[in-house]
Design a protein around this ligand. Structure first.
Ligand code: ADP
Ligand code: MG
Length: 277
């Protein structure tokens, strides 16, 4: 196999003073249920600040569930329950005194299927990200924010002349970048991405991978992907999830991406990353 180790940071420092410090996300002993169906069993993973962590593993082993637990989306499902702790920069996001909106404001999410508000303009789609914070932003600041977020999402040059067109008029890859721009509007400290390229063509996928490589300088990234080439290209570390027949998912092994691909500890990791699963 020829896996290209091209990942790396853009080398650009984050814009001075405009962002909070990079924050790591520490998931400890996470167990998750839907009703009495246990789908994750004591998953512990530290996702380091300033890195891209890739969650890999077969379908149904709980990767999406784990990702949703990281920003308290899991609790929106009435039958869902979880145990364990999620610490953002050392602070428990599930602590009784903490509000759910506070977690979501700091931890953005991008989904497999691009979901911009289709009838809303490109401009308003980005601004819509702010609604969550309740922040009042002046018009000029909004213009700056829209340009900044679209630039970071790699979309500005393509849409700068048609910001008033509906988000739904963009191509799939552009819509996904618009969703990334929208989630950046809240200036999250962590960006969770659940198979963000699965619905996209290879060219759009490449553009998003380049965007991820740039963004990680200012936002900690956790990405679920089924594409091992992509995991190799974009991530610093990988966690391999598995669920044996009828059992809850767990992490078989995690570590630096090159070690996971080239010298995994567990033969199942080797089989999975080399497509022998
Ligand atoms: P993955 O993302 O790795 O494919 P998921 O987290 O989506 O895995 O699913 C893990 C398990 O949880 C699966 O058995 C799935 O059927 C179950 N599951 C996921 N979402 C729900 C839900 N909303 N209600 C009930 N079961 C669910
Ligand atoms: Mg999933």
């Amino acid at each position: 196999d020829t896996i290209e180790w091209s990942r790396g940071h853009s080398g650009k420092p984050p814009a001075a003073g405009r962002h909070q410090a990079l924050a790591g996300l520490d998931a400890r002993d996470i167990t998750a249920w839907f009703g009495d169906h246990r789908v994750l069993d004591r998953v512990t993973l530290f996702m380091r600040a300033g890195e891209v962590t890739a969650l890999i593993g077969p379908s149904g082993c709980g990767k999406s569930t784990f990702l949703r637990i990281l920003n308290r989306m899991h609790e929106l499902v009435p039958s869902a329950a979880m145990a364990g702790e999620v610490l953002l920069d050392g602070q428990d996001i599930y602590a009784a005194s903490r509000r759910i909106t506070e977690a979501r404001r700091q931890i953005g999410m991008v989904f497999q299927k691009p979901n911009p508000f289709p009838a809303m303009s490109i401009y308003d789609n980005v601004v819509a990200g702010l609604k969550l914070t309740g922040a009042r932003v002046r018009r000029n600041d909004k213009d700056d924010l829209v340009e900044e977020c679209l630039t970071k999402a790699g979309l500005w040059r393509e849409v700068r002349d048609r910001l008033r067109q509906p988000g739904g008029a963009l191509s799939g890859g552009q819509q996904q970048r618009l969703c990334i721009a929208r989630s950046l509007a809240i200036r999250p400290r962590v960006l969770l991405m659940d198979e963000p390229c699965s619905a996209l063509d290879p060219t759009s996928t490449r553009v998003i991978e380049e965007t991820i490589a740039e963004l990680v300088a200012e936002v900690t990234i956790v990405i679920v992907t089924h594409n091992m080439q992509q995991a190799a290209r974009v991530s610093n570390r990988c966690a391999f999830f598995l669920a044996e027949q009828g059992k809850p998912g767990y992490i078989v092994e995690h570590g630096p991406t090159d070690a996971m691909f080239n010298e995994p500890q567990d033969p199942r990791t080797s089989d999975y990353v080399h497509g022998r699963f």
